[in-house]
Each structure stands twice: as C-alpha cells, then as structure tokens.
Design a protein around this ligand. Structure first.
Ligand code: AMP
Ligand code: MG
Length: 340
C-alpha cells in the first residue's frame, strides 16, 4: 500500500486521518513521547493489523489513547478517585494508567488481559484526530518490533512506509521516551514502565509506589513480568552495547580505557571531545535529563546505520527522567551493565 503523509494541521487533514481510523485503517500518530501506530481500539480486526504491521507478539497489550479523563468510564470499571487526581495533574501527558477493562474493549487490544492501559497524549493533532474519530485509538510505538521507538515521522517511515495507510507528521516528539505506566489495580500502585513522567511526580500524588523490578533488572527466563512488553528485547541496535553506570567522570574514564578505535560511544556533551578515535553520539549535558530522553532512541538508531562493532554508553543517575533513560540504555544492552 502507499502510505500517505499529512503534514499540515488543518481541519481537512484531521478529518481525513480520523476517517482512516473509523474505517479500520492504520495511522501513524505524533505524540509527545514517541510516534504511535494507531487504529480503532474497539475494532479487533484493525487492532490485529497493528500487531501484524509491527511484528509484535499478540500477548503484548496495547495502550488506548483518549482525549480526556471523561472517557475513562466508557472503557474501564472501578475507576479509583486517584485516577482522576492523576489525570488532573498529568493529563494530557506521558502517563498510562492500568485499570480494569470493560467488555467493550476487545481482548485482542489488551493482549488477553482483564485490564487496559489508558493514556491521554499531549499532542494537538492526535487529540483532534481521536475526538474527530469518536473512538479511542490503540497505539503501540510505531517501530517494527524490537527496533528503537521512532521520535520523528521520518524515523517511523523507515520502519512503516508501505505498511500503514497514512502518517501525520506532527514534528519531533518533545519527550522522546514512552509513557510511564502505573498499575492502579493493585495497592500500593506499581510502576510497570519508567517513562516520560518521573517517578517522583507520581509519588507526590500517590505516596508509596512500588517500582517493578523489571525496570532495573533483566527479566529471568520463564519469568512473567506484570507489563508483558518488558520481557521482550527492545531497542536493541545491531552492535552489542555496554552501559557504564557511576559518576560521569568515572564512566568516561572507563570508556576511554576500554573502547577500541572505531567503536561507538554514547556520552554526555561534556565528554564528547574525549573520544577522538571513536564514533560519538552526544546524549546531552549531564544535568539535562530531558535532552537525554529526547536523544536516547536517536542515538541507538543512528548506530544501526553504521558498522561500529561495539557501543559503550554513559548512564545517567536515576533521578527524574534518568530512570527512564537508564532503563532504555540497559534494555538496549541486554542489561550488560558495568558500575564504576
Ligand atoms: P508500547 O505500546 O510499545 O508503548 O508498549 C506498551 C507497554 O505497556 C508494554 O510494556 C505493555 O506490556 C504495557 N501495557 C499495556 N497495557 C497493559 C496492561 N493492561 N497491563 C500491563 N501492562 C500493559
Ligand atoms: Mg514499543
């Protein structure tokens, strides 16, 4: 199929994009986290096409996207008061809430689970498309399964050109990592995926939050993580990655001592000039976690277009967005982590 590209946020383009969703088609949608591969969440056939286009395992549930919290009751039951408090504080934004599913949401969308992940994305184009379509849009990240998530329309087209009906180019994603996923069906609430909303922000409203260990440790063979997606190897570039945790000066020194000429290095801006014999991708300043989140997938994708035999990455500390950036790097490394 030929993939249409919408670029201007006009009423006509929004209506054309919404018509694709209503007709059961596939639409690339811009969000503040990463680009998504969207379809009508209530249409099991359309949802099946998402899994096929991505090559995604069918037990890996999709997040459904809504325009505001008033839609929660349509698709979820037993919505706790805290869901509305979180929505008031953080929606639209990079937060997905796991809640009990109403039967109107097909099991195909939820990967067979009795719960559903719901999020309100902070992007004017996508909010307008969902409103115009009148249905929630199920959307995983718009990459082929196992590839880094796309943070621009051109990244997404690399993976999806010819596989989807259209994509709406809404500019580069402002946050750059996927949403934080919080399970509100358990007490205390459990963070299943570190993402664009820092843990500290969730704790400020929820108090105690359990951080699922799949965020910081590898999933053991045969283990069943709470967020099924966490068991799949993600974001993996072709070359093996080693992540170096610890102080920035110490991790840079470790990489200087171990990297061979021609290796790839993902490092903080302050150290970009320290590796003249290596191919460097600047992750952003040590103290700018937002820049690091925006650049981390681009760094991993960029190296795939090269023949670097090995990649070393400096890891930020886990405060704020650092938890999500560190998690994406460690997953790319298959949890090959050195602490200095
Ligand atoms: P993606 O769609 O690629 O952003 O991935 C969505 C993430 O949210 C995956 O890790 C899923 O496993 C997780 N997720 C979505 N829905 C649920 C749910 N109902 N229960 C637990 N995890 C979920
Ligand atoms: Mg994904």
């Amino acid at each position: 199929m030929e993939t249409r590209v919408f670029t201007e946020n006009t009423a006509e383009n929004i209506e054309a994009a919404a018509a694709i969703i209503r007709a059961g088609g596939l639409l690339g949608i811009p969000t503040e986290t990463v680009y998504g591969l969207g379809a009508n969440a209530l249409n099991a056939d359309a949802v099946l096409h998402i899994f096929e286009a991505k090559g995604r395992p069918q037990d890996n549930p999709l997040i459904i996207h809504v325009p505001d919290e008033t839609w929660l009751e349509r698709y979820c039951h037993d919505v706790p008061e805290t869901a509305y408090t979180l929505a008031a504080a953080f929606w639209p934004g990079p937060l997905t809430m796991i809640l009990p599913r109403k039967p109107i949401v097909p099991l195909r969308t939820t990967g067979g689970l009795e719960t559903v992940g719901v999020r309100c994305p902070n992007h004017p184009v996508t909010l307008a498309v969902i409103q115009a379509a009148g249905v929630p849009v199920a959307a995983p990240s718009g990459n082929l399964s196992g590839r880094p998530s796309p943070t621009s329309a051109s990244d997404m087209l690399e993976d999806m050109d010819g596989r989807i009906d259209a994509i709406f180019d809404g500019g580069p994603s402002g946050v750059g990592v996927e949403s934080s996923v919080i399970d509100l069906t358990v007490t205390p609430p459990r963070l299943l995926r570190a993402g664009g909303l820092p843990l500290e922000a969730l704790q400020s409203i929820l108090g105690e939050v359990i951080v699922d260990k799949c965020i910081t440790e590898p999933v053991a063979p045969g283990e069943k993580p709470k967020a099924p997606g966490m068991k799949y190897r993600h974001y993996a570039p072709k070359a093996p990655v080693t992540v170096i945790c610890g102080g920035a000066a110490a991790s840079a020194a470790y990489i200087r001592a171990h990297a061979q000429p021609g290796d790839g290095v993902i490092c903080f801006s302050e150290f970009a000039a320290s590796f003249p014999a290596q191919r460097v991708h600047d992750l952003g300043p040590v103290d700018n976690k937002l820049a690091q989140a925006q650049r981390v997938f681009d760094a991993l994708r960029t190296f795939d277009a090269t023949d670097v035999p090995r990649i070393f990455a400096q890891c930020p500390d886990e405060a704020g967005l650092g938890l999500a950036v560190a998690n994406r790097l460690k997953k790319a490394a298959g949890f090959d982590v050195v602490t200095v």
